[in-house]
Design a protein around this ligand. Structure first.
Ligand code: ZN
Length: 293
C-alpha cells in the first residue's frame, strides 16, 4: 500500500499517477489530514487493504508534500554505514551510531527548491526514512517492523561547516536549515519489499551518479535502531527516522565537492521512486560560523 500527501489530504495510491482521496473513500472515517492517518494506523491499514475502487484523482508529484508532515519527533542516525564512516574520516566501527534531530521546520516535500545558506558547504545524504505507525517503548527487534507504517526517501542535507563547528559539534543545527529535510514522494508499506532490510538506494547530481548503496550494509539495521532508540524514548505515530547515508557524499571526495546553485539532486530508492531537490544561491554567512572557519 502506498500513501501520499496531496495538498495535505491523505491519498491512497492506486497507481503511480492515480489515487483515491481517503477521507471521501472511507466515508469520512479517516483523514482528511495526513497526520491523522497515523493516529489510527492499524484501523486505517485494515480498511485500506480492502479498498478495491479505481483511483479518481491525478497524482501530480510536484504537488506532493511530506508523507508524514507533522511528526512529533524526527530522529536522524549518523555513521550507519562503514564505507561512509571511512570517507567521512571517522573510525570504522560497529558501535551504536550517533543520533541527532532535523528540526521539523526543515521538513519539506519531495520536489523542492532549497536556498544554499552558506559559502558552498552543503552536502547530500540519500537515506531510507522510516515512518512510525504504532508507537511505544522497549520495542523488541523481532517486532520492530510491526511498528513501522512505511518507508520513504529522504535527503539529509547537511551544511558541513555548521555541523562540525565548535568544540561540541552541533549536527542538528547544521542539518536543519530551511528545506534541509525533503522526504517523499510517498510512504510504501514494508510488505511491498521482498526484504525490507535490503533495499538499494542512491543519488545523482545533474545525472552524474554520486551514491549507490544498499540498506543491507547498515551497521544498525532498522529493527535494531528501533530497539536502541525505544529503550530511551517513546515513539509516537508519525515519527520519522532518517536511517543514515551510504558512501558517496561530497565531503568524501578529493577535493571535497558541495552543492552549487542551479544543480538538481535526485535521490532514489528501489521500490519507492525518487525525489528531486534543486538549489539556489543564498546570502553569505547565514550559518553563524565565522568566516575564518
Ligand atoms: Zn545523514
Amino acid at each position: 500500500m502506498r500513501l501520499a500527501n496531496l495538498k495535505n489530504r491523505a491519498v491512497l495510491l492506486t497507481s503511480d499517477d492515480q489515487g483515491l482521496d481517503i477521507h471521501e473513500a472511507s466515508g469520512g472515517k479517516f483523514g482528511p489530514n495526513v497526520a491523522d492517518i497515523y493516529k489510527n494506523w492499524s484501523e486505517f491499514t485494515a480498511w485500506a487493504s480492502n479498498v478495491k475502487e479505481a483511483g479518481n484523482i491525478s497524482i501530480d508529484q510536484a504537488q506532493l508534500g511530506a508523507p508524514s508532515p507533522e511528526p512529533e519527533q524526527i530522529f536522524a542516525i549518523g555513521l550507519n554505514y562503514q564505507a561512509h564512516q571511512k570517507e567521512a574520516g571517522y573510525k570504522v566501527t560497529t558501535e551504536l551510531p550517533p543520533v541527532f534531530t532535523k528540526w521539523r521546520s526543515s521538513l519539506t516535500g519531495p520536489n523542492t527548491e532549497v536556498t544554499l545558506p552558506d559559502r558552498g558547504n552543503v552536502d547530500w545524504e540519500c537515506e531510507l526514512v522510516v515512518i512510525i505507525g504504532v508507537g511505544g517503548r522497549n520495542i523488541a527487534p523481532e517486532n520492530a517492523w510491526q511498528h513501522v507504517a512505511g518507508l520513504t526517501i529522504g535527503q539529509d542535507l547537511s551544511e558541513r561547516k555548521r555541523q562540525q563547528f565548535g568544540q561540541a559539534p552541533q549536527y542538528s543545527l547544521g542539518k536543519s536549515f530551511g528545506g534541509f529535510a525533503p522526504i517523499g514522494p510517498w510512504l510504501v508499506t514494508p510488505d511491498q519489499f521482498a526484504d525490507p532490510n535490503s533495499i538499494k538506494l542512491g543519488s545523482d547530481i545533474d545525472g552524474m551518479p554520486q551514491q549507490n548503496g544498499t540498506t543491507k550494509d547498515m551497521i544498525c539495521p532498522v529493527p535494531q535502531l528501533l530497539e536502541f532508540l525505544s529503550k530511551i524514548i517513546e515513539f509516537r505515530p508519525g515519527d520519522i527516522i532518517f536511517t543514515g547515508t551510504p558512501a558517496g557524499v561530497g565531503m568524501g571526495q578529493d577535493p571535497k565537492r558541495f552543492l552549487k546553485p542551479g544543480e538538481n539532486l535526485r535521490s532514489w530508492i528501489e521500490g519507492i521512486g525518487e525525489i528531486n531537490t534543486t538549489f539556489r544561491a543564498g546570502k553569505p554567512a547565514e550559518s553563524g560560523v565565522p568566516a575564518d572557519n
